[in-house]
Design a protein around this ligand. Structure first.
Ligand SMILES: Cc1cc2nc3c(=O)[nH]c(=O)nc-3n(C[C@H](O)[C@H](O)[C@H](O)COP(=O)(O)OP(=O)(O)OC[C@H]3O[C@@H](n4cnc5c(N)ncnc54)[C@H](O)[C@@H]3O)c2cc1C
Length: 500
């Protein structure tokens, strides 16, 4: 069969792009290396529970926000099992034992923080107004028409996120708290642009959501849209080689010996991984070099816990813990002896969730270099040394959890963890970079990758292009799909279908 489009990678980006194009009548084939589709949306079973791999807290699903509208347009919103959190977050600081409860909603966010920092009330309002104003500079974020992708931005758009906060807020403790979502975008002080901070914060301030039971069902809903519109998903089929002639792709070859052809190919995997499969010279050397120069975001060590029945209370929102103020931007550079200095944790909801938690996930930022010495190994074969190191890291996190919940060791039934190596091998992401390429306010052009490439029938999509996560990847999927359908074609249809 001659496909209109072949998408390499059946993760969040590949599936959203495929669903949008299938709705446009294109014959789409998505090729995914793992047996299970979804990438960051995939869930796994362990200790009798289901855990999500890379989608724990969700922005954009508040009624009228971008994700809510995209999913309504695709006809899958009503089938999604997601629930809103009861507040934005709680942040505990171990040094003074204060727990800050922060409310969602633009005004309530300001009000709840001003309750702790009354002297900063006016500054908080101005800071939040600025966050919302910065999102206005990104039309696609509001599903508006884009007149020109090269936009003129306000000076604050490309300030460093930490400098933006400091420009409005004088109190050092409050500055730190306002950066709490840093682990959700891999922020680096002095480098991560203010617009990244604004786009992510605004969607979560509007209201955070979480998947109930598992995130994988979103992957299956998107796959159904592709299939119902005549497309197909090939899973357990790794693309190992790409054929090209004169900067024009002619076929992709898979691990199971298939040779697939299409008019257009879309790379929904890390561009460096894609680059290695292309014949030499397909992308100009300068472009390849640029891909190698862009910094990567940090990785993570994630702990998966199941509780003994009816022992640990369910918490209806995401929580953050940090050892002291002033560390929010330094989680990834913490020496091993002091690690962890901060983490995000939550009790994922299940269907019919009652007062007791079934499970907990703890996400700790970690530099890939901590696992560098086992980088030649593969899952389940990393050796005793690695397993010992992993156990020590788990113990270090549980020690800190005990400061928050003194009985937690007795309440835990089973505990396991994934490391930066797991992320690298599972997604084929260089150095287990959580959110792919990092954005840098000092080099905005370096980390800005257009969806079109120097190969006339190869487009890009996914977290490395523009913004990562559930808030960013589906927006890029629209931009990628519109490279074939015409600019603003899909965004207008989404607006028409969901204006209410
Ligand atoms: C631990 C963790 C926690 C996270 N938490 C959140 C969160 O709470 N909220 C949020 O919004 N975001 C979160 N993210 C980020 C989010 O998961 C990613 O931004 C998103 O999944 C990226 O989508 P993508 O399509 O670019 O890549 P992926 O979802 O990784 O998809 C890429 C797909 O390509 C496949 N692939 C790779 N190479 C090949 C090949 N050669 N042939 C075929 N297929 C291939 C991979 O198997 C994968 O399925 C988290 C990420 C991680 C790792």
């Amino acid at each position: 069969m001659q496909n209109d489009v072949i998408i390499i990678g059946g993760g969040l980006g590949g599936l959203f792009t495929g669903a949008l194009l299938a709705r446009e009548g294109r014959s789409v084939t998505i090729v995914e290396k793992n047996a299970a589709i979804g990438g960051g949306l995939q869930s796994f079973h362990r200790f009798g529970s289901t855990f999500d791999t890379g989608m724990h807290t969700l922005g954009g699903f508040n009624h009228g926000d971008n994700l809510d509208r995209i999913c309504r347009y695709l006809g899958i919103r009503d089938q999604l099992h997601i629930k809103p959190d009861d507040c934005l977050t709680q942040i505990t600081n171990a040094s003074d034992g204060v727990t800050y409860h922060i409310e969602y909603g633009r005004e309530n966010f300001v009000k709840s923080l001003a309750g702790y920092f009354p002297h900063e009330a006016d500054n908080l309002k101005r800071y939040v107004d600025t966050l919302y104003r910065l999102t206005d500079e990104v039309p696609i974020f509001h599903l508006r028409d884009t007149e020109d992708y090269i936009l003129t931005h306000s000076p604050e758009f490309l300030m460093a996120a930490d400098e933006l906060i400091a420009a409005y807020i004088a109190d050092e403790r409050l500055r730190d708290l306002l950066a709490f979502m840093n682990p959700m975008y891999g922020g680096v002080a002095g480098h991560t642009p203010a617009y990244v901070h604004a786009l992510i914060n605004v969607l979560y301030i509007n209201r955070p959501f979480r998947f109930v039971d598992d995130s994988a069902h979103l992957a299956h809903l998107l796959a159904d849209v592709v299939k119902q519109n005549g497309g197909q998903i090939l899973s357990g089929e790794e693309v190992t080689q790409i054929e090209a002639e004169d900067r024009h792709l002619t076929a992709v070859c898979t691990s199971r010996g298939k040779r697939l052809t299409a008019n257009t190919y879309i790379g929904a995997i890390h561009p460096l991984t894609l680059c290695r499969m292309l014949p030499p010279g397909t992308w100009p050397p300068a472009y390849r070099k640029r891909l190698e120069q862009i910094a990567l975001t940090n990785s993570a060590f994630t702990i998966y816990i199941t509780f003994k029945p009816k022992t640990f209370p369910y918490i209806d929102h995401t929580c953050y813990w940090q050892a002291d103020y002033g560390l929010m931007w330094q989680h990834a550079t913490t020496p091993q002896s002091l690690w962890p200095q901060g983490f995000m944790y939550f009790t994922p909801p299940v269907k019919g969730q009652g007062q007791w938690a079934e499970k907990m996930v703890v996400n700790c930022v970690m530099d890939f270099k901590e696992t560098e010495k086992w980088s030649h190994t593969l899952t389940h074969h990393r050796g005793e040394d690695y397993e010992r190191w992993k156990t020590q890291r788990i113990e270090a996190v549980v020690e800190q959890l005990t400061r928050l919940y003194p009985n937690i060791k007795d309440q835990i039934a089973q505990i396991g963890a994934s490391s930066p190596l797991t992320i690298r091998d599972y997604y084929h992401t260089p150095r287990g970079a959580l959110f792919g390429y990092a954005k840098d306010c000092h080099q905005p052009a370096l980390s800005y990758l257009p969806v079109r490439t120097k190969v006339d029938n190869l487009l890009l999509t996914g977290q490395n292009i523009n913004l990562h996560g559930i808030c960013g990847v589906p927006l890029t999927a629209i931009v990628t799909a519109e490279a074939l359908t015409g600019r603003n074609h899909i965004v207008r249809k989404i607006r028409e279908a969901t204006d209410d």
